[in-house]
Write a protein that binds this ligand. Structure first.
Ligand SMILES: [Zn+2]
Ligand SMILES: [Zn+2]
Length: 385
């Protein structure tokens, strides 16, 4: 067997490609190489198969992360013996072409009619806190969705009765009219293309075969997720039709802003204020973490905006051991409303610094002194006179 090509290369996307980009790339290839469009073309068929396999892996976050880490070897055992599970094939093509099938001339209504149809997938936007991200959490969400009617088991027919073949289209789902040279087919209006009608509809679902339910579903939110992460819950979407499988539920994570911390990748940034003398002399301050506090040493001569890094107090990595850091950004508070005595002392301080000779200056005090006192002078014209 020839060496397998890299899945990203097959779909011609970058390793960082998002879900939509991957889907688009696959759709493009699938349209080009679809067997219906390339009858008896072995090369096209192989390309189609290769692209579908790549898509099947890259669309699935679990398979994708295994593939990213271990390459093709990482997927052995997860896929069928041939390395590719064709069981999902209809699923994938349906997923991609669902609404577009008609446009491209395959997967169209003639094939769908009355057959099993996969349920729609649902998206649920879940807002969580930064605390949830740090610790991970299992939550229960209320998901409104359609489910197979338990009274008629999805047939839509009242118990004891059965759906019947549509008398209008004789089960074909389409009616053909001939006008002049043209013969036009359209969806049967009597059965909406289903090919069947229900003479005695089920009371519970009014013949729909499905009922709306609000279902409580447990979602495990793993540590380290970020806004935009999608948790796929297979089979928790809308019920399928005519015995088709249910769709999936995608829980999309939204992390609420936190009043103390801003996330930067896996680091958390927080701010702390220290006084100007503390910055100059050094000090120890207490910094809140997500669930505790830590003591941090601020070295003498600390500048405005200095970032101190506290290892491992940031956000845990998703799906692997370890975590980012907590970064404390220091704000230095310039004293305001100085008393006469304080002004005297600071002026004496500047005097001392000036007498000390330029070489000895640390730069910090020069700049700080300049900034501090010149700004003060600008603002307070009376005093500078
Ligand atoms: Zn029913
Ligand atoms: Zn009909």
């Amino acid at each position: 067997m020839a060496e397998k090509r890299d899945y990203y290369e097959v779909l011609n996307v970058s390793q960082s490609a998002g879900e939509d980009e991957i889907k688009k790339a696959y759709r493009k290839l699938a349209i080009k190489y679809h067997p219906d469009k390339n009858p008896d073309n072995k090369a096209a068929e192989e390309k189609f198969r290769e692209a579908t396999e790549a898509y099947e892996v890259l669309r699935d976050s679990e398979k994708r992360s295994r593939y990213d880490r271990f390459g093709h070897a990482g997927l052995e055992g997860m896929m069928g013996g041939s390395g590719f599970d064709f069981g999902n094939f209809e699923d994938i093509v349906g997923d991609i072409f669902g609404d577009f099938g008609d446009l491209f001339g395959f997967g169209g209504s003639s094939r769908r009619q009355a057959g099993p149809k996969r349920g729609r997938s649902l998206q649920y936007d879940l807002q969580i806190s930064l605390e949830d991200v740090m610790l991970g959490k299992t939550m229960t969400i209320d998901v409104p969705r359609s489910e197979t009617c338990q009274t008629c088991h999805g047939t839509g027919a009242e118990v004891g009765s059965k759906p019947e073949t549509c008398p209008e289209c004789f089960g074909r789902g389409q009616v053909t009219r001939t006008q002049g040279f043209f013969s036009m087919s359209r969806t049967c209006s009597r059965c909406q293309g289903e090919g069947r009608v229900i003479p005695r509809p089920c009371n519970e679902c009014r013949g729909q075969g499905q009922v709306r339910q609000v279902r409580q579903i447990k979602v495990r939110v793993p540590k380290g997720v970020d806004t935009g992460a999608k948790i796929q819950m297979r089979g928790e979407g809308e019920a399928g039709v005519n015995g088709g499988p249910p769709g999936d539920l995608f829980v999309v994570i939204h992390v609420a802003p936190h009043e103390l911390f801003v996330r930067e990748n896996n680091d958390l940034i927080t701010r702390a204020s220290i006084s100007f003398p503390q910055a100059a002399l050094g000090t120890t301050i207490e910094i809140p973490t997500i669930d505790d506090t830590v003591k941090v040493t601020v070295p003498s001569g600390t500048q405005f905006g200095t970032r101190l890094r506290i290892p491992y107090k940031g956000v845990p990595y998703y799906n692997r051991y370890g975590s980012g850091d907590l970064i404390v950004e220091l704000q230095v508070e310039t004293p305001r409303n100085l008393t006469e005595r304080e002004t005297e002392l600071l002026e004496a301080f500047v005097q001392l610094r000036n007498e000390g000779g330029a070489e000895e200056h640390s730069g910090f005090f020069d700049k700080l002194g300049d900034k501090l006192f010149h700004r003060h002078d600008d603002l307070d014209d009376d005093k500078s006179q």
